[in-house]
Design a protein around this ligand. Structure first.
Ligand code: ADP
Ligand code: ZN
Length: 746
């Protein structure tokens, strides 16, 4: 009887992508009652093995070659309208094939988590001041109920309804004063579908004036962009300009133009740069914009997704994953700080949002603007080859001078101080003039090494290939790979000699030294130890902006995007930390970080001074950074890359094999290498390894890796992908990670 149904004219079958590592889609039959609304992009709930899964329909057919007994029926269609449009279906399919995962896994990475489940949408409670409530009511509360007063004042200052839970949390209050206000009829509470974005919840929106005239460079850049936009064709631009050269203004104008043409925009910024300040720039220009970042709750993300999809919000500002925002009629994609490694996703699928941006723009006939003061060598080379159009903003807006950079050779400083005499002098002068300073050290903790001066043993994590860092805050040593914390041993674990020594310096120690050296100064530290919540970050930055902090110490958290006019001194405590990492981009990263940190000073009318402390003053990355000479650095570095066949001249694919069982890791790595070797042409692609990964053990799991290096020949890489995909399906409990275009090798 079933067979009859399947063979009737009205048979309907769907291919469903499920978030499973199997690289195939699954065929299901659709009952006549469910047919309405089943389209590519609809979510369906289907039987799978003995359970129930949510998947996305990727194709609809009227017949199947499978025997009827093999075809199960879908349970339900979950949406009235497809949640994934044809553009995103196509893009995720490309994503899956390029980054080696299943289509379903790619879709799962793209969709808001709330769409991956069945079930109902959650509502949230919002509160706002009743119309008619104002200063009079506020006055009545003053001196009577301090809590209700604060609450009402906060709600009055807000521009719209606020999330109840967040208001209470922010003000540190229990619900009762709020409920009293509601009972008094001064505040109203509504239940809505969660769609408030927490970045605006209680933070002030920092506007930005729209300058009347563009600089000559800006005008040229904008014209090139607008021409392409008007032609409705793909184009990729590399907007190269130092911090303060007016890149953001170019983005804003390009988006204005796109909106005027009825098209939408996506702006990607590194997660850490997604501050209320940045968001405020876009809000003040475009009114409401969608903000997407990792801290949105599931319902918030879903609500945002729907408002973007419906065309209500046409500008999306977000971190990495916002590249998948369902913006209809996309016109512009901006990737700010395009060189940032954080655009690379660290879990499956390991996509690079900048690369996806270019691919997406191409597929949708949009334009892509990659902006940076220190472009990645990949993008720079693409521009040199004419694949991207280079737009240079050569000077700072308003002709601000570039800050003067001094390199201090720490080998010649007497007594190995942490702060050189030059830097100490600059700091004292800045303090005397009531200016501010930023001190940068890209290492948290107090002291990164604990060692025995008798036998030179270094205390390492038992589970990881990593030295333990001492944190004075809690008096413990911590492994920065697995987060294990221990009391430091009092004697050497190897030779039992007493009195282990602390070696090296972390941000905690910098703070400590500053407190001792500048007793009157107000000092704050920003690193992931002190900034546990997003609010901590915002509060510290607010305080710094108000001038309540004189010296700000921090890790790379403070290297980016901060724009404070009274900062006149920036000190890099040590430029050397990243130079010796086993990574082909070590030099590039160091250059970028130094350039970025230098951009933190002299943002307004006060001249800035930068001090870079180093033990390797002749290193190219440091020398060129000190001269603000990106081009010299890039050209030199590219020569070396070319010689070694590294990106951007060659492509890399990394396979990481991990397990607690070392022998299993070794044998799998060997088998996999042999399988690759059997299929690949050694003249076109070289197989390096298998070898121990630079971090040979993490959380008790041994790690080996294989690197494939080849020129642009994609067919060879495609063969490699197929071999690896098969291995991944058959791997059993072992973990095999395939990283296409890896950005780090640890
Ligand atoms: P970037 O993004 O390259 O760091 P911004 O676009 O943030 O640079 O510009 C730096 C500063 O210069 C901002 O305060 C901005 O408001 C201002 N600015 C940008 N373009 C102009 C212009 N054409 N005229 C005057 N001020 C400008
Ligand atoms: Zn560890």
């Amino acid at each position: 009887m079933n067979a009859e149904l399947f063979e009737s004219e009205e048979s309907l079958f769907v291919e469903v992508a499920l978030a499973k590592p199997m690289r195939t889609e699954f065929t299901y039959a659709v009952d006549p009652t469910l047919r309405r609304g089943v389209q590519p992009g609809s979510r369906v709930s289907v039987p799978f093995a003995r359970g129930r899964e949510v998947g996305v329909v990727v194709a609809v057919h009227d017949h199947t070659d499978l025997p009827p007994s093999k075809v199960r029926r879908i349970f339900e269609v979950l949406d009235d309208e497809p949640v994934v449009g044809p553009e995103l279906l196509g893009l995720t399919r490309w994503l899956a094939s390029y980054y080696v995962c299943s289509w379903g896994e790619a879709l799962a990475a793209v969709l808001p988590a709330a769409l991956k489940r069945e079930g109902h949408r959650r509502k949230v409670r919002m509160v706002e001041v009743m119309p008619g409530t104002g200063a009079e009511q506020l006055e009545q509360l003053e001196d009577k109920s301090e809590k209700q007063f604060r609450l009402l004042r906060t709600l009055m200052q807000a521009s719209g309804p606020l999330l109840r839970a967040e208001v209470l949390k922010r003000l540190g209050l229990s619900p009762s004063p709020l409920d009293s206000l509601i009972r008094r009829g001064w505040v109203q509470q509504t239940e809505v579908e969660a769609d408030l974005d927490p970045l605006t919840a209680l933070s002030e929106v920092s506007g930005r004036e729209r300058p009347e005239a563009l600089s000559a460079d800006q005008a040229v850049a904008l014209e090139a962009i607008e021409t392409r936009l008007a032609a409705h064709s793909f184009g990729c631009f590399l907007l190269h300009g130092v911090t303060g050269s007016g890149k953001t203004e170019v983005y804003l104008r390009a988006i204005e133009r796109a909106l005027a043409l009825g098209r939408g925009a996506i702006v990607l910024v590194p997660e850490i740069a997604l501050t209320p300040q940045t968001v405020g720039w876009f809000r003040s220009r475009f009114g409401h914009v969608a903000v997407m970042h990792s801290r949105l709750t599931d319902p918030q993300r879903l609500a945002m997704w729907r408002r973007v999809q419906s065309g209500e919000l046409r500008v999306v500002v977000g971190a990495r994953s916002a590249i998948f925002a369902p913006v209809p009629n996309l016109g512009v994609i901006v990737v700010d700080e395009e060189h940032e490694p954080s655009f690379k996703q660290g879990s499956n699928p390991r996509y690079h949002a900048r690369d996806v941006a270019v691919v997406r723009a191409q597929r949708e006939q949009a334009i892509c603007i990659l902006g940076s003061a220190t472009p990645s060598l990949e993008s720079y080379e693409n521009a040199r080859q004419g694949r991207y159009e280079l737009l240079a903003l050569t000077s700072r807006v308003r002709d601000l001078a570039m800050p003067e950079i001094s390199i201090v050779d720490m080998r010649h400083e007497k007594g190995q101080p942490m702060i050189s005499r030059v830097l100490a002098t600059f700091l004292s002068e800045a303090l005397a003039r009531k200016e501010q300073a930023i001190l940068f050290l890209n290492r948290r903790g107090f002291s990164p090494t604990l060692w025995c001066s008798e036998c030179f043993h270094v205390v390492r994590c038992a589970q990881c290939d990593m030295a333990m860092t001492f944190h004075r805050r809690n008096g413990r040593i911590a492994c920065h790979a697995c987060c294990e914390e221990l009391r430091p041993p009092t004697a050497c674990p190897t030779c039992s000699a007493p009195g282990l020594r602390f070696l090296g310096q972390g941000s905690e120690k910098v703070e400590d030294v500053l407190v001792k050296s500048f007793p009157g100064a107000r000092i704050a530290r920003m690193d992931s130890d002190t900034m546990l919540r997003r609010e901590d970050y915002e509060e510290t930055l607010d305080a710094f902006g108000r001038g309540d902090i004189d010296l700000l110490v921090g890790t790379q958290m403070i290297a980016k995007g901060l724009d404070f006019p009274r900062v006149t001194v920036v000190g890099v405590i040590s430029a050397d930390g990243g130079l010796h990492l086993p990574d082909l981009r070590a030099s590039e990263r160091t250059f970028q970080l130094l350039a970025q940190v230098s951009g933190r000073a002299g943002r307004a009318d006060l001249p800035g001074r930068i001090v870079i402390q180093t033990h390797a003053p002749e290193h190219a990355a440091i020398l060129h950074a000190a001269r603000h000479d990106y081009t010299a650095f890039a050209d030199e570095e590219l020569l070396q890359r070319r010689e070694l066949g590294y990106p951007p001249y060659g492509r890399l694919l990394r396979v990481l094999i991990e397990d607690a069982d070392l022998e299993l890791v070794q044998s799998t790595a060997n088998e996999l290498t042999a399988a690759l070797a059997a299929h690949l042409d050694p003249a076109q692609i070289s197989i390096l390894g298998p070898s121990e990964a630079p971090m040979a053990m993490v959380r008790g799991r041994h790690r080996m890796h294989i690197l494939l290096k080849g020129s642009g020949d994609t067919s060879q890489f495609q063969i490699a992908r197929n071999v690896l995909a098969q291995a991944m399906e058959a791997k059993g409990r072992l973990r095999i990670v395939v990283d296409v275009d890896p950005v780090q090798m640890l």
